[in-house]
Design a protein around this ligand. Structure first.
Ligand code: MRU
Length: 351
């Protein structure tokens, strides 16, 4: 296990590692109110698709504890409203709604099939949230092991954003692959895109790679073309926030640029994600809602303005990489190659 955990359920409280303060400060925030949990997701105390889903699941467990309802119907209604509230915290990562829908269905089924008290159901909801958390660890390990077939014994890879232990219960997705390669004794080195504007690569991925003693080098986002043209790069590895049925992928802004550069240099471009990141209800990436965040993320650096007053800014937090630029999608059930439409459908049906 990692030395740090981004999410922990302790004594009926949710504890989150405040990722905004890394790598300088390791500070935790405790939550006993589901609205504050939603705020923690919105303000990026916790971030990364799997972690957002797990946090929302524990947020719903908190909402269950907070409910003062005395009838089962009123209790389920409280849960439903809390679920809808949590779902509005961030729009792009589908893991958020996936986890909430899962827990709401679980609670409704439990209430219907068993003669249970509200307090027993509250406990069951906490246990189910914890079960999702535990399952996530296995999922991350499985996909990281499957991916080793794509990683040579000595490898140089480029990675965007952060996708390591901090975005999951442990290991993570794309950086989980890097970590398992390192654990297996492969000579892996990872170039980390700094990831403007929130700098997840420079602050979080570099923090994780340093913690695990994995060789790494931080580059600015615009350097990937130069790095690919001057170094031997074996693969690009990224995570994702939502995959549409046709294999289009939404991920941190800049992912699409990286995919285009990779194509120009014949470098394979791999996307790693749990099945809970697949959204088969959307035909293509055009239907994925892309979050736009505040201008201040771009106009200020560490509290200092870097643009003239009132400079117009466009700040999409994610972009969509068309499936044609993606060499493979790596999941806990194995590696999926194009054409994605039929293969992803088959994968989901058989899971
Ligand atoms: O805005 P963030 O930091 O939540 O965005 C995170 C990413 O885009 C990650 O690459 C994605 O969630 C995959 S995490 C396995």
């Amino acid at each position: 296990m990692s030395a740090f955990r981004s999410i922990e359920w302790i004594n009926d409280r949710l504890r989150l590692l405040d990722q905004r303060q890394l790598p300088k400060t390791i500070a935790y925030c405790d939550y006993t109110d589901y609205r504050a949990v939603a705020d923690a997701i919105t303000t990026m105390v916790v971030r990364g698709a799997p972690a957002i889903g797990l946090t929302a699941a524990f947020g719903l467990a908190i909402a269950a504890h907070q409910s003062t309802a005395t009838t089962m119907a009123a209790f389920l209604q409280d849960l439903q409203l809390a679920g809808e509230y949590l779902m509005r915290s961030r729009p792009t990562a589908v893991n958020l709604s996936w986890a909430i829908k899962h827990l709401l269905q679980y609670a409704n089924a439990f209430a219907e099939t068993e003669k249970v008290s509200i307090s027993a159901l509250k406990q069951a909801i906490v246990q189910e949230a914890q079960a999702l958390y535990d399952a996530d660890l296995e999922v991350c390990k499985q996909l990281s092991h499957h991916a080793q077939a794509l990683i040579p014994q000595a490898a140089n890879v480029i990675h965007h954003c952060n996708t390591g232990s901090l975005v999951a219960s442990d290991y993570g997705t794309a950086l989980g692959i890097v970590r398992v390669a390192h654990e297996q004794g492969k000579g892996i080195h990872v170039f980390l895109d700094e990831t403007r504007p929130r700098l997840q690569g420079a602050s979080l991925s570099a923090f994780e790679m340093k913690t695990f003693d994995i060789p790494h080098t931080v580059i600015v986002d615009g350097a990937s073309g130069y790095v690919m043209s001057t170094r031997q790069i074996d693969a690009c590895l990224v995570g994702c926030d939502r995959v549409a049925a046709n294999g289009d992928v939404a991920n941190k802004i800049g992912t699409y640029n990286l995919a285009l550069v990779a194509r120009a240099h014949n470098v394979p471009f791999y996307v790693a994600c749990p099945l809970s990141t697949l959204d088969m209800s959307l035909a293509s990436g055009k239907e994925i809602k892309i979050e736009e965040r505040a201008a201040i993320e771009i106009t200020e650096v560490q509290g200092q303005p870097i643009t003239p007053d009132a400079t117009p800014v466009f700040n999409p937090a994610f972009d969509v990489t068309p499936a044609e630029y993606i060499s493979a999608i790596i999941t806990e059930k194995g590696i999926v190659y194009p054409p994605y439409l039929t293969k992803l459908k088959h994968l989901m049906q058989s899971s």
